[in-house]
Design a protein around this ligand. Structure first.
Ligand code: NAP
Length: 476
């Protein structure tokens, strides 16, 4: 396993030889060590990306698309190794890690197919000949979180390279090894030196250099709303173009026409992916009063039956929380809800897993939740299902929209008029109707309100890396 960074086509260590340890969150075992890059190395990465930009941008779109397809096919060939690495540094069950690799791969296929959208347009304007050209913005930076180490980078690398930008990736400190494995694949697939660069290390000095360098023209960030705000402020001087994929607090609305069995199946699939450490996980369950008790009982039974464990063990559905801070937050949210009058229906504490670290939280269902509780207002990022009932559609929509976030929202219903209304009134960038997995590579994904702005996926993902230039010609 390689542990170096990639700058200008060279595999490099940090100038001072400093490294960061990567630990398995399930066992605390050492998985690897990566360079802790600093300011000088970051400047060299910008130099390399800026130098490579003209050549990559000038490459025919079909040639760039061929390179992306080659990356996808090499990821397919390397799937089991990549999945094992994701599980080792992130903790999710192996089957989920393999699904993540496939999801990541699909972004390269979709971006390769979308390069045709880079064509010029010629709107008709009387007396003039107009050509609207799409020009790639230049050097792009990607900063990604730990929860989907390989999918999050794919969502940014694929459209940037397809559009003709060059890129510098800074992955999360907890999960940098998947990014290094990806970088190896990119090199083997023929991505030229300097087109894709990778830096690992302490984010503050790296980000400071990237934000201050006027050669950087785009930043795509996925992570917390707090860090998103910080980067937006930091990017103001250079009027940096931003895509911010930030925190979520998705509601799931379960209407009276939902069958309990299918509603619970959908709720389980949406909620417990990556142990609830997913930005689009439902964090608030709103259930019609007529089916509330039956839904809560069935959700609690299904939740309690989930098996926790080390991600490589067979039958495991729930891995560890990523670190001690994360599990402490889950515990604090549960305690706060109970203190404010919630009923603990199942779970509520840690689960001991033999031979593993003490970082596993029981799947937990809390009924009778209200707006005063932290779990109802903040992202818990863990395996907790807070539930409350509603009387009618108006109340359900009002409660669902009562959040500063707006990433995903879910509803379980088959009533066409209601589905139409939900599509226009739920404050979210992604809405799943009876669909626990509305995020796929071919469609736009992103948030509203404090969940950020910008879209990833499909041709919309490429647009984030392109700017429109109007050439207006009047013939003599
Ligand atoms: P985070 O703390 O914001 O970290 C995300 C990335 O930002 C990491 O690479 C981190 O580096 C880096 N970072 C931290 N401080 C920074 C700074 N001062 N300057 C520049 N970069 C900095 O978020 P997280 O805890 O890893 O991820 C969980 C959050 O991501 C949740 O809120 C979740 O909802 C959100 N998320 C959103 C989406 C979406 O599509 N909207 C998808 C997934 C996750 P280090 O790791 O080195 O600290």
């Amino acid at each position: 396993m390689r542990e170096a960074n990639l700058i200008g086509g060279d595999w490099v260590d940090s100038d001072a030889g400093r490294t960061l340890e990567v630990l398995d969150p399930a066992t605390d075992a050492l998985v690897g060590r990566v360079p802790a890059m600093g300011r000088a190395e970051t400047t060299r990465a910008v130099d390399a990306a800026a130098a490579a930009f003209p050549g990559w941008a000038a490459r025919p779109a079909a040639a760039r698309a061929a390179t992306l397809r080659e990356i996808a096919s090499r990821m397919e060939a390397a799937k089991s190794g990549l999945a094992a690495l994701v599980t080792a540094e992130q903790g999710k069950p192996l089957a989920e890690a393999a699904a993540e690799v496939e999801y990541a791969q699909s972004f390269f296929e979709v971006a390769a197919a979308a390069v045709d959208t880079l064509e010029d347009e010629r709107p008709s304007v009387s007396g003039k000949s107009i050509r609207v050209r799409r020009r790639r913005v230049g050097v792009a930076v990607a900063i990604t979180p730990w929860n989907f180490p390989i999918a999050m980078l794919a969502k940014k690398v694929a459209p940037a390279l397809a559009a003709g930008c060059t890129q510098i990736l800074k992955p999360a400190e907890q999960t940098p090894l998947s990014a290094i494995a990806f970088a190896e694949i990119a090199v083997e697939a023929g991505v030229p030196a300097g087109v894709f660069n990778l830096l690992t290390g302490d984010p503050a000095p790296i980000a400071e250099v990237l934000l201050a360098d006027s050669r950087v023209r785009k930043l795509s960030f996925t992570g917390s709303t707090e860090v998103g705000r910080l980067l937006m402020r930091g990017g103001a001087t250079n009027l940096l173009r931003l895509s911010l994929e930030l925190g979520g607090h998705a509601p799931m609305l379960v209407f009276e026409d939902a069958g309990i069995e299918s509603a619970v199946r959908i709720a389980m699939a949406a909620k417990y992916r990556n142990g609830g450490q997913t930005c689009i996980c439902p964090n608030r369950f709103l259930v019609h009063e007529s089916i509330h008790d039956a839904f809560v009982a069935a959700l609690a039974a299904a939740s309690a039956a989930l098996v926790s464990g080390i991600g490589t063990q067979p039958g495991v559905a729930l891995g560890p929380m990523i670190d001690d801070v994360a599990i402490a937050k889950v515990e604090a949210h549960v305690a706060d809800a109970i203190r404010h009058g919630a009923t603990l229906v199942t779970g509520g504490g840690r689960r001991r897993v033999a031979g593993a670290a003490d970082r596993f939280h029981e799947p937990t269902v809390l009924a009778g939740c209200t707006g005063e509780m932290r779990c109802w207002r903040e992202e818990t990022f863990g395996p907790v299902c807070p539930v409350r009932s509603f009387r009618d559609d108006d109340e359900a929509i009002e409660l669902a929209n009562d959040s500063e976030y707006g990433l995903a929202a879910y509803a379980i219903t088959s009533a066409p008029d209601r589905i139409e209304r939900l599509g226009t009134s739920l404050q979210a960038g992604v809405i799943g109707i009876n669909d626990p997995g509305p995020a796929v590579a071919a469609v736009p994904f992103g948030g509203v309100r404090h969940s950020g702005f910008g879209r990833e996926g499909g041709r919309w993902g490429l647009e984030e890396y392109l700017e429109l230039v109007t050439v207006s010609q009047v013939d003599d």
